[in-house]
Design a protein around this ligand. Sequence first.
Ligand code: NAP
Length: 651
Amino acid sequence: MDLDSIVEDQDFIKQALQSANIPALIMSIVHMTGDTRILEGDIKPRFVDPVSAGSDASIDEDMGEDGFTLEQMEIVRRWALEAIEQYSTSTAPLPELNKKDIESMLSYMCGRKLTEEYRSFIEEEIGLDGIDRRGISLKTPELCARASSFSVIIIGAGMGGILASIRLQEAGIAHTIIEKNAGVGGTWYENRYPGCRVDVPGHSYSYSFEPNYDWKHHYPVSEDIRTYYEQCAEKYGVGKFVRLNTEVVRAVFDEEVLLWRVHIVGKDGVEEVLSANALISAVGQLNRPKFPEIDGLDDFQGELVHSAMWPSDLECSGKRVVVIGSGASAFQIIPEMSRVAKQLTVFQRSPVWMFPNPIYHLEVAEGHKWALRKIPFYSKWYRFGLFYSAVEGVYEQTLADPNWSSPLSVSASNDVMRDNLTMWIKSQVNDQALLEKVLPKYPPFGKRILQDNGTYLSSLHRDNVELVAKEVNRLVPNGVMCGEANVHEADVIICATGFYAERFLYPINIIGRGGVTLSEQWGIDEGRAYLGITVPNFPNLFCIYGPNTNLVVAGSIAHNAESQVNYTMRSIKLLLERNQAAMDCRQEVYDEYNSRVDSINERTAWGAPSVNNWYKNSAGRVTSCLPFRIIDYWKMTKTPDPEDYIFIDHN
Ligand code: NAP
């Protein structure tokens, strides 16, 4: 446990505990005292569904966080103060807790008995015993020697690429990361539009082994996440493996020598070919900005920008600004623009569902940061609490009931969520015409549900803002053409119109065995992979955040990246142990997995035929989303099954 010692006086600690998370504090008390009786008393979290939890309807003067009464919270803080006093003045080690104790703690936090599978999942994710179980260890000198002659090329130095580099370094495997940008951080390097922030809690949006106790906001802003990844890269020595400002344009599996030949082009335009035993794609799903496919894009005479390519010197103050789109990026840009633009016109093709979340823009209190840094196990359990509510909390509500027939919801529980979300929107809109426009007419989870503290809808009420519920299909020199004669004049047009998410690894030309290209094998927008990671005919190609691995229900993509890198590292270990050159996914395993993926995705809110979203390809197949519970995916990716692969011997 890497904790700073507690040197502060009682008054300071008392004050800090005012902003500590109560369930996590209770867990820490058990760790510090070894006494589990606290779990059996009347002081327990009260579970409320995540929608009503944040809405005004749930506010009870006597009720605090997680359903504890204010009085109970005070009692817990008193207990914590005593336990901290004892802990900080004692030189004895913390009491040992056995498996049963940990199980009781997990069940207390979750309000239900957790199965064995969940316990090991959590053991790995939060590493209570301080053991990081996700790296590989190569025990014999022979394996180490083989590892030292194995090499890897990673495409992309974002969340996935940095992680892969950390794990490869631990295993002593040489690698190079090719990064098209001038810095690391991937999507957080690129997305710099005003208002940009992550919409999952920061304390779970980080590597499990590298917590950040200093997030300024509960939902960190883009710049702070970029800094986090820069610091991770620095701390773990990733920088020396990265070639910045360099793009992979082509990668060919050379069957003669069983190596990947990777063609890269630097800023100077010169092409170079690197070779490696394995290729890891960590390019993400959302890295090629998509402008709308409309007429007149080149005709517009003002500033035309994409949300993901925000010019640092773009000036919108006092201008006539148009935003095209109303997805996750637009949702964050619009309130910012409404404050500075002379006139803001928003073109919305479909409205979005939003979760009430009062802490969405709030800063993390100093007392909470102190607790994360100093109280034993507090940060681990806090992370677990965030993770659990996001992962398991709402999964069932996304699944379609085959006997449910409504275009507006996919099941009874999804319909309840719809009612609650509708109430939340209605509570903020006092204009019937606006309400008609902003109430979605598709099931919750049909598109990503956004975190909301009321800022978005209040910005649409401003006098300088107009919401036009129409698709844009033509730009003219002075603005957006709407209908035959009506021009919405603009100085700046912001396209918050998303990415080429359906074209995995686009535009890199990847060529596998027998000369087959990925885009031929898949079709242009038909990405598939076994576990989202491997593809037949492309030996030793491993994808991080590949096809069907995106999370619609919050969860944390950081956790998924860890699962995928873990699987990749264990696959490389298999190769080394078996002294094989390459492994190629069996077609039947891939086919069977993908039909399972499709059959579940078709029965989700995001797969519903009535829903249009970026998760589907042009044929309506969901290519981007993971249909499984995270725990199931974690199990699937824990260890590669050698039976799933054809191994290729060294030539
Ligand atoms: P997006 O969700 O694909 O949204 C694109 C928007 O543009 C949609 O509202 C779409 O309408 C609209 N659109 C496209 N063409 C149009 C046209 N011709 N006229 C009018 N509207 C048009 O893209 P995004 O907002 O960049 O978000 C993509 C994903 O990135 C998110 O789902 C999320 O996973 C991630 N993201 C996350 C955060 C965060 O963590 N806070 C922030 C930004 C992005 P339709 O809906 O009708 O297609």
